[in-house]
Design a protein around this ligand. Structure first.
Ligand code: 13P
Length: 340
């Protein structure tokens, strides 16, 4: 794909009012989510659940892309349509998670590095043939007493940059995801400092690897107080800190920033995105790429029972619509109440 096409796809993913559904939970992660609703994680249950999400009527108005897992991109709807084709027909771009998860960083207790570069070039060609238009790679940075170290940030930044360069070479738009975890008792200031250092290292590595910044998207965490911090920053403070941090570290040529929800409640994730978009125009689109924050109510409504599929779809549609409103800074508490 030419650079023009990469930019075209990246811009389509962050089209006004739209964002991404992250449905790329690995087999282990989806098993955890299913356990929370008492559902066994069989291949058929995983397929049926994803089909329910992907066939939700009208969701395409707010969802521009869906991130799939290796198993999911090969699965089909009950009527035999391959999932990537099913999405494509609704104008939704299929994407694929291509990293192989995290492993302990040797010599650095408590820190992780993401694996999956070996053989990646071959896998990218296969995913493109299966219909993918974009890819995602997640790096994890943990805040703790003497961490993150510069070594951990550098190792993850290098892997993200190599992934992004390979994706662009294969004609796929890379979504570069350095996630600074919200776990811990740290303050919002500490999260700001670590997020800024991480993004600075990531963009230095991307340049070093000749990644074209107008043909990629960034998927960062928001700047938040740690989950166990006694002083929780409010919505306005989170919005100001996050946008300030991004303005300091993300080049204006990047078409869009698609936040992860990272364990925030679904309502908090929407409120934060809304508050950021109310701050006025930024160099990049500010959008969402939520997993839990888009799926949690749907999962709870579904409970593995096909009879609950319509109410699960309503719950998913509702969250998609509210996040669509937050893209324009037009979300309100009353909209939450409207559905309940
Ligand atoms: P969450 O929104 O649940 O953090 O998931 C997004 C994602 O894709 C993590 O890699």
């Amino acid at each position: 794909m030419s650079q023009r096409n990469l930019t075209h796809v990246a811009r389509a993913i962050v089209a006004p009012g739209k964002g991404i559904l992250a449905a790329d939970e690995s087999t282990g992660t989806i098993e955890k989510r299913f356990r929370s609703i008492g559902v066994e994680s069989t291949e058929e249950n995983r397929r049926a659940y994803r089909e329910l999400l992907f066939t939700t009527d009208g969701a395409g108005e707010f969802i521009s892309g869906v991130i799939l897992f290796d198993e999911t991109i090969r699965q089909r709807a009950a009527d035999g349509t391959a999932f990537p084709e099913l999405l494509d027909r609704q104008g939704v771009i299929p994407g694929i998670k291509v990293d192989k998860g995290t492993t302990a960083l040797a010599g650095f207790p408590g820190e992780k590095v993401t694996e999956g570069l070996d053989g990646l070039d071959g896998r990218l060609g296969e995913y493109r043939d299966l219909g993918a238009g974009f890819t995602k790679w997640r790096a994890v940075i943990t805040i703790g007493e003497h961490i993150p170290t510069g070594t951990c940030i550098a190792a993850n930044a290098e892997a993200l940059a190599r992934f992004a360069a390979l994706s662009q070479q294969a004609g796929l738009v890379p979504i570069v995801e350095p996630e600074v975890l919200m776990d811990g008792a740290h303050t919002i200031e500490r999260c700001h400092e670590v997020t800024a250092a991480t993004l600075t290292a990531v963009f230095a590595a991307l340049r070093e690897h000749r990644v074209r910044l107008d043909g990629m998207l960034l998927k960062p965490n928001m700047v938040l107080s740690g989950t166990d911090c006694p002083n929780q920053a409010g919505v306005g403070e989170v919005a100001e800190a996050t946008v300030g941090c991004l303005r300091d570290s993300v080049p204006a040529s990047v078409p869009g920033i698609v936040f992860l929800s990272g364990g925030q409640t679904d309502e908090a994730a929407t409120a934060h995105l809304d508050a950021m978009n109310r701050l006025g125009p930024q160099p990049w689109q500010l959008s969402f790429s939520y997993g839990r924050a888009l799926q949690a109510p749907a999962l709870k409504a579904w409970k593995g029972d096909p009879a609950n599929a319509p109410s699960a779809q309503r719950a998913y549609y509702h969250r998609a619509r509210l996040n669509g409103a937050a893209r324009h800074g037009r979300y309100s508490d009353e909209m939450e109440a409207a559905a309940s």
